[in-house]
Write a protein that binds this ligand. Structure first.
Ligand code: PXP
Length: 238
């Protein structure tokens, strides 16, 4: 299971004062040095954290890979086609949400998503769709030629009891199996942290986890190197 770091919160901190610090690009380069497998950013329509120039600079300077999270809007697709990230992850985006609230409804938005994937593919950008661990959503995603899915792990992460958590893990296990049968790459993320990763890592077949808030928050206390090494170690060894 590879580990990509989402650095949106570093840009949030920078923007809080309208200053240049902390610089998310410098932070990303350090994160690479400390051993992450890739960097994830979400270029939102309202540019509340990461902005266009961050994204272009990241693409130029990263030596691992850039996963650009994005809504399937004309403006952001055009930017993505110029940036050419190593992966474009399409997510649903609502203006007033604090963070991404759940997976895409691929079944009901087939044509919009098909067009977005076609445009990104014609710029040679592999695409991932952020979805719930549901068989009908995976089938729909596969039918429009996505390369990857990213399974939304928010329900697993927020589960209120062990039963709920194990039920959701079982759902994710079946979803991963199904996606692999369809030859899709499988990423996962949202709400994963230093406690729940110990259970989550036992699910087989997930190519990569995308983690942001927990690692950035821990780095405030213990530094980025410690935060990354501890997460890497948990992913590998539990
Ligand atoms: N994956 C996706 C698609 C997301 O939108 C987010 C949140 O930005 C994450 C992963 C990372 O979530 P968290 O910050 O809770 O680790």
């Amino acid at each position: 299971m590879k580990f990509s770091l989402n650095i949106d919160h570093v840009a949030t901190l920078r923007n809080a004062r309208g200053e240049k610090h902390p610089n998310p690009v410098t932070f990303a380069l350090l994160a690479e040095k400390f051993g992450v497998d890739g960097i994830v950013v979400h270029l939102r329509e309202d540019r509340r954290h990461i902005n266009d120039s961050d994204v272009f600079l990241l693409k130029e300077l990263l030596t691992t890979k850039l996963d650009l999270e994005m809504a399937a809007t004309d403006e952001i697709i055009t930017i993505a086609c110029e940036v050419k990230p190593e992966l474009a992850t399409i997510v649903p985006e609502k203006r007033r949400e604090l963070t991404t609230e759940g997976g895409l409804n691929v079944v009901d938005n087939l044509e919009t998503l098909r067009n977005a994937i076609n445009r990104l593919h014609s710029a040679n950008i592999p695409v991932s769709l952020f979805i719930e661990p549901e068989i009908n959503q995976i089938d729909a995603a596969s039918s429009i030629n996505t390369d990857f899915i990213e399974i939304h792990t928010g329900i697993f992460a927020n589960s209120k009891s062990e039963d709920e958590m194990y039920d959701e893990m079982e759902k994710i296990r079946l979803a991963v199996k199904h996606a692999k049968k369809l030859q899709l790459g499988v990423n996962a993320g949202h709400g994963l942290d230093y406690l729940n990763i110990k259970e989550f890592r036992q699910i087989e077949g997930i190519d990569e986890v995308s983690i942001g808030h927990a690692v950035i928050a821990r780095s405030v206390f213990f530094g980025l190197e410690e935060a990354i090494h501890t997460m890497r170690n948990l992913i590998k060894n539990g």
